[in-house]
Write a protein that binds this ligand. Structure first.
Ligand code: APR
Length: 235
């Protein structure tokens, strides 16, 4: 009987789509300070700087050369063919899993192409810049929109749904994440006594020893091969 699967992805799965990771040498945190652009205090202190940081990353997603890659597509195929539930928990805000066809996706750090209204809390699709006077599509309030992205110090989204999926899973696969940011970094500890835990990453991470199996290489190579072996094993 094939068990339910939980997959956790991080920025590494989108690297070969052309999006930067955070902690690699050429990563986003090598060029920006978290405390300047990714905390509620930063937004209160200098909203234009924070909006500008996310507007630039959102503009990148409008670039037609930024597309889901073979790793994203392999995970959509796994969800479609695996004979038990597959829950895809992503730390990424780039929307590439949904564009690749994954359905059961939990974007625990939010989504870059959505805006949240500070006046009415509505979350709206938003693919352009959020400007200082942009109006909320739901309530019309002007200048009250923030990126629908979870900042450091804020609570990730849908944690109850994530915990329920982790409790039920028999296989946990972490892909393209350095395992530095909690609560995502703690998921493997929570499930490693009940589930087979697999790390698929470019290189070893600090958490590699916590996994029962680890494969290292570019996601577009190791993820499709891993998925095909999984699907072959379940007949
Ligand atoms: N294929 C597979 N893995 C890769 C590739 C690749 N082509 N390129 C890089 N990686 C790996 C790196 O080795 C690293 O372990 O992806 C991982 C990226 O780690 P981070 O940059 O720390 O990104 P992530 O783990 O997603 O960060 C988690 O931190 O800043 C916050 O909110 C942000 O969601 C992010 C969270």
């Amino acid at each position: 009987m094939a068990p339910p699967i939980v997959i956790l992805t991080g920025a590494g799965i989108s690297r070969e789509s052309g999006l930067a990771t955070f902690r690699d040498a050429d990563g986003i945190w090598a060029r920006h300070r978290i405390e300047d652009v990714a905390t509620p205090q930063a937004f209160a202190r200098n909203p234009d700087l924070v909006q500008g940081f996310y507007n630039a990353r959102r503009a990148q997603l409008r670039d037609p050369t930024i597309q889901p890659n073979a790793a994203h597509h392999a995970l959509a195929r796994l969800e479609a063919k695996w004979p038990a539930p597959v829950t895809l928990v992503t730390q990424n805000i780039d929307g590439l899993h949904a564009r690749a066809g994954s359905r059961n996706v939990i974007a625990m750090h939010g989504e870059l192409q959505k805006a949240r209204c500070l006046a009415c809390s509505a979350v709206s699709i938003w693919e352009d810049d959020i400007t200082a006077h942009a109006a909320c599509p739901a309530c019309g309030a002007a200048g009250r929109l923030r990126p629908h992205v979870v900042w450091f110090g804020e609570i990730p989204l849908e944690m109850e749904r994530i915990e329920a999926a982790l409790d039920a899973c028999g296989i946990f696969i972490a892909i393209g994440t350095s395992g530095q940011v909690y609560p995502a970094a703690g998921f493997v500890q929570a499930v490693r006594r009940q589930a087979r835990c697999v790390e698929l990453n470019l290189e070893e991470t600090e958490g590699t020893a916590l996994f029962h199996e680890a494969q290292h290489g570019p996601a577009t190579q190791i993820v499709p091969a891993f998925v095909e072996r999984m699907l072959a094993s379940c007949g």
